[in-house]
Each structure stands twice: as structure tokens, then as C-alpha cells.
Ligand binder design. Structure first.
Ligand code: CA
Ligand code: CA
Length: 145
């Protein structure tokens, strides 16, 4: 069974636009992966997906993944070693809590957009945009099978 689409076309565009906006501040790369279920520890699953979709291939190791398992109602936000070295677990906990507020009020898109913008801000502090920046990882949402 494919993932039930949790976002309308407009919401999807809004999320992808937020990623594009966030990446205007930084050389870092932000992605959203949407799964249906997560049967294992959500951080382990996010780390697996991170590798699986090649997010560990950025030059500065500064990719950030927002992982969402819609029907399991679980999510995680994790960063590669480059950014993690600077912000540690603390920042991700903080962003997670803020995202959760949106999710609990039923605003899935708002929570995701918040996470994207917060990740962009954090990345921008340590990895400002460079003149020769390229979009190393597509801004499109990745859907699990
Ligand atoms: Ca980039
Ligand atoms: Ca990108």
C-alpha cells in the first residue's frame, strides 16, 4: 500500500517552497520524507532513510532530514555530522517540541514548515550560503513505498 497522501497539492507546494526559502540562507540541504508506518525506533528509521536517500553525500555533511510516519503519528528531525557537531541534540529537541505543538493542533503542514525554517536558520548560522551554491538534494518531498 502506498502512503496515503497527507498533504493537498497546495500544502505540498507550500512545503517545497519553504525548503527552497530556507536553503536561500545556507549551503545546507533540507528534506522531508513521508512514510506511512514506522515499526522501529523513529530515530533509527530516520537515520536509515537519511543514508538510503543519499543525504549523507553533501560536501559539508550538512543535510537535515525531517522524517514523518503519518499513520504511526511519529516524526524525527536529524542532522548530518557537520551540523550536528555545532548544534547537538538540544536544538533538534527544541525544534521537535515546537513542531509537535503544530501537529497537536492538527496543523501538519504548519509543523513541517516550522521545522524546515528552524533548520534553515540553524544551518545558516554555521553554513552560510556560498556564491557557488548548488541544490545538492532536491527540494521535493520524498514518499516512502
Ligand atoms: Ca545547497
Ligand atoms: Ca535542496
Amino acid at each position: 500500500m502506498p502512503v496515503t497522501m497527507p498533504f493537498s497539492r497546495d500544502e505540498q507546494l507550500k512545503i517545497e517552497a519553504a525548503i527552497k526559502d530556507a536553503e536561500r540562507l545556507t549551503s545546507g540541504e533540507i528534506r522531508l520524507f513521508v512514510d506511512k508506518h514506522c515499526h522501529i525506533n523513529v530515530l533509527d528509521r530516520a537515520a536509515f532513510i537519511f543514508h538510503e536517500i543519499g543525504m549523507d553525500k553533501t560536501a559539508e555533511r550538512n543535510g537535515v532530514l525531517i522524517y514523518l510516519a503519518v499513520e504511526s503519528r511519529q516524526f524525527a528531525i536529524i542532522g548530518d555530522s557537520g551540523i550536528h557537531r555545532h548544534v547537538g541534540d538540544e536544538l533538534w529537541h527544541e525544534v521537535r517540541t515546537e513542531m509537535q505543538h503544530h501537529f497537536l493542533s492538527g496543523d501538519l503542514t504548519g509543523g513541517v514548515v516550522h521545522g524546515i525554517l528552524a533548520a534553515g536558520e540553524a544551518l545558516g548560522r554555521y553554513f552560510p550560503l556560498k556564491k557557488d551554491d548548488r541544490d545538492e538534494l532536491s527540494n521535493e518531498i520524498v514518499f516512502g513505498k
